[in-house]
Write a protein that binds this ligand. Structure first.
Ligand code: G16
Length: 542
């Protein structure tokens, strides 16, 4: 058994984005590419003597990549690698394992909601000892190391198969294979009122959970069907597949339209939910009701105390900047702190670690709490179930009550996908340059009251993150945000986030896109989206 030092040269473009490094499988699997990035992590962050967690969402290239990671970890001096059986671990379950096992960190192999398969996407993310994504200082150091690399270390032995629980040596490293589901399911059982949810199902409550052929299938079957007694078949598409059965594992009305259509039709069960490739995102639906992620966050904050894990109340709430202000209104009513952070779960880490917030969420369908340091799809679904069981109301009734108390933030995200990168970057740069002159001007009948490029000052460590997205505020209360996606792998995706507040007394039953159409026109005039890109409508509206 020997450590080989293979000489290599840096490969361009290894800058980790909002969620680790994501690239096409074809790129990630070119000889030396994965190896360079893994070695850069070990060089910049360390490996010697560490205990790490390793798992992924089961997508194409995971198995081959895991074997390489294991051989490199052993060669770099990692002492113990805790691995989910068959290489599977949802992102929140990996975060939980890092924390309960007091590991130094973990490597998560996933490209989240992006499609999989030989022509799909692959990703690799480092999480640190808190269980959360590596902070920017660490990812910057990894990026620097990946540009300076000249060799990588790898053991010349094969890694063992990952199908048997228990320990196996690889060089001087111990590989410990664990059940990917049980610890996580136990944690959920501590946080939520399983008796109340069990009684709900026993009384005939029906649900459809779409696992989208991704990693949450085994978790949802164990928790919903086995532990909570939901009918068999409640979980659909529950077997993880390497290419998500040709689908796009993104739980939104577009990519999970089969579930969406079911919930809007006459055969709808009481409750519908879906999660994404690696199990950290969620979508919530009731019969005839779609709950936007921003509204879901607000409802969960308003009702969290109904769950045993949050019965003592919550300390504060945070949302990413493009997420609607719905949660802030709840925070005000509860008398707790509310924070606005840049897009990316890592920005919640300090606030969670210091007890300033208990619950946080993002418009991109991620919600979570201080139970782990990742967003958690099933957690959100279970908290909703807990609330439904305790309130004895439908999803639609809960939303009507919520808006009557706090008002409604009509909200939609418009995505322009696969734009030529230089064109998209120039659009944003030019818009940024016009910001100082926008206030006081009127576009499509709407007056701009403020225009700024969001910069975040972390209240815990004082670090700053600039240029996090352009905010356009209008005199009549509308807000629009524009930013480029950090998770795409094809060209650039321009995201335009639109919201308009309607107070508690207002009309909450209007069509969202109609309400937001004037705002969309104003944004188009300001940023010149149609004229510059030739796109007259977004590719995806959620
Ligand atoms: C990742 C991050 C999220 C973030 C999202 C933004 O999600 O983990 O915190 O909100 O990216 O995506 P974009 O930059 O494309 O708007 P995930 O689920 O892909 O890991």
């Amino acid at each position: 058994m020997q450590v080989q030092a293979v000489s290599t040269t840096p490969i361009d473009g290894q800058k980790p984005g909002t969620s680790g490094l994501r690239k096409k499988v074809t790129e990630f699997s070119t000889p030396g590419y994965l190896e360079n990035y893994v070695q850069a992590i070990f060089d910049a962050w360390g490996a010697e003597g560490k205990t790490l967690v390793l798992g992924g969402d089961g997508r194409f290239f995971n198995k081959a990549a895991m074997a390489t990671v294991l051989r490199m970890a052993a060669a770099n001096g990692v002492t113990r690698m805790i691995v989910g059986r068959d290489g599977l671990l949802s992102t929140p379950a990996a975060s939980h394992l890092i924390r309960t096992r007091q590991a130094d960190g973990g490597l998560i192999l996933s490209a989240s909601h992006n499609p999989g398969g030989p022509d799909g996407d692959f990703g690799l993310k480092l999480n640190v000892a808190s269980g959360g994504p590596a902070p920017e200082a660490v990812t910057d150091a990894i990026f620097a190391a990946s540009g300076a690399i000249s060799r990588y270390l790898i053991l010349d032995n094969d890694a063992p198969a990952l199908d048997t629980l228990g320990e196996a040596p690889l060089g001087d490293m111990i590989i410990e294979m664990v059940d990917p589901v049980s610890d996580y399911a136990d944690l959920m059982e501590q946080l939520f009122d399983f008796d109340a949810i069990r009684a709900l199902f026993a009384n005939g409550f029906t649900m459809c959970f779409d696992a989208m052929h991704a990693v949450t299938g085994p978790y949802a079957i164990e928790i919903l069907e086995r532990r909570l007694g939901a009918a068999r078949g409640t979980v659909v598409n529950g077997v993880p597949s390497e290419d998500f059965n040709g689908g796009h594992p993104d739980p939104n009305p577009v990519w999970a339209h089969v579930l969406f259509d079911l919930m809007m039709g006459s055969e709808a069960p009481d409750f519908g939910a879906a999660s994404d490739g690696d199990g950290d995102r969620n979508m919530i639906l009731g019969r005839g009701a779609y709950v936007t992620p921003s509204d879901s966050l607000a409802v969960l904050v308003a009702n969290a105390q109904l769950a045993p894990g949050y019965a003592g109340g919550i300390s504060g709430v945070a949302r990413s900047m493009p997420t609607s202000a719905a949660a802030d209104r709840v925070a005000r009513a509860l008398g707790i702190e509310a924070f606005q952070t840049p897009t990316g779960w890592k920005f919640f880490g300090n606030l969670l670690d210091h007890g300033r917030i208990t619950i946080c969420g993002e418009e991109s369908a991620g919600t979570g709490s201080d139970h782990v340091r990742e967003k958690d799809g099933l957690w959100a679904v279970l908290l909703w179930l807990n609330i439904l069981a305790r309130r004895g109301q439908s999803v639609a009734e809960i939303m009507v009550d919520h808006w009557a108390r706090f008002g409604r933030d009509y909200y939609s995200r418009h995505d322009y996908e696969a734009l030529p990168k230089p064109e998209a970057e120039a659009l944003v740069a030019d818009l940024r340059a016009t910001l100082p002159g926008l206030s006081g001007r009127t576009f499509a009948g709407l007056g701009v009251s403020n225009a700024e490029d969001f910069a975040y000052l972390d209240p815990i460590d004082g670090s700053t993150s600039a240029r996090q997205g352009i905010i356009l505020q209008f005199t009549t209360g509308e807000r629009a945000v524009l930013r480029l996606s950090g998770t795409g792998t094809e060209g650039a995706t321009l995201r335009v986030y639109l919201e308009r507040f309607e107070g508690p007394e207002g009309n909450h039953g209007l069509d969202t896109q109609e309400v937001l159409a004037p705002l969309a026109r104003a944004v188009d005039q300001i940023a010149g989206i149609a004229t510059r890109t030739g796109r007259t409508a977004p590719d995806v509206m959620t």
